[in-house]
Write a protein that binds this ligand. Sequence first.
Ligand code: TLP
Length: 343
Amino acid sequence: MRTIDLRSDTVTLPTPEMREAMANAPVGDDVYGEDPTVNRLQRLAAERLGKPAAIFVPSGTMGNLASLLAHCGRGDEVIMGDKAHTFLYEQGGLAALGGIMPHTIPNQSDGTLKLEDIEAAIRGDDPHFPRTRLVCLENTHNACNGAPLAPEYVSQVVALAHSRGLKVHVDGARIFNAAVALDVDVKALVGDVDSVTFCLSKGLSAPVGAMICGDEAFIAEVHRTRKVLGGGMRQAGIIAAAGIVAIEKMTLRLKEDHVRARRLAEGFGALPGVGVGPVHTNIFYFSLTEECPLDGAGLATALKARGILLPNRGPRTFRAVTHVWITDDDVETVLAAMGEILG
Ligand code: TLP
């Protein structure tokens, strides 16, 4: 039985073209800056995001942490959403390893932070207070319905932050999904931010890796923080080669994932006892209402028995994620299975 895996876009396997590029990649010691494939990937990422420089890191988590460590010192404060991945799902690394304090403000359901909430969270110059250094945004916003943040909104946040002497970092793990959903060049989403992390190993299908982009001085600083986190890699061109294919070949097809997410969500929404949240990109949330005879675990088990991986996240809540390995046929199979179980 074919498995249909809707748990995350992280489950995507490298494409045949990636495997070939990996096998043939020229490599060197990247800690000496001598891996030609890593250097090529870094130039490509910087160019695509419209930033002067970029650096390759093993994961999105390290990308965010290495960036925060480069922006902030111990006791400094970062303003971020209360549903930010960096706040909820990165083990509090900023506090544990950086002594950096998260100052959370409410994420709106579209992933934004209200400008007035940001403004109110910025500390004055007072020895009682930590120093506010940074604002973090997330685009697309994983926990807020996979919503993309529009360029105009990002620019407003940056203008506010910069006017108060703060920097802005974007967790852009799925920034290419945002660009596709909004039909803009990805550069428009990060034009005036100080740093951005994006992932190669989610919807873009590379096996490993994330990129951080920013100006030369910032990336030089991240080169240090990456090393102390154990992220200095040697012949990393082997994995960087897949990242090059990810950026060159896998970004525009993301719109197919968005179409399939929408089709799934519409089908789920038509079933009795299912409430579906908004669909913006490749991630959507749904829940089982009280009238549904099954609870979340019951539905997850019934789906698993049919080869569909879609575990519940709360007692009655789910997140579904589409990606390159989910086909139109898979969508129909999942809809038929849901209909059979709940119909
Ligand atoms: N998200 C993963 C994990 O939470 C398991 C997922 O399945 O969605 N920023 C955002 C917005 C993310 O969604 C993730 C991973 C990360 C950062 C961290 O990236 P990795 O897993 O590469 O460290």
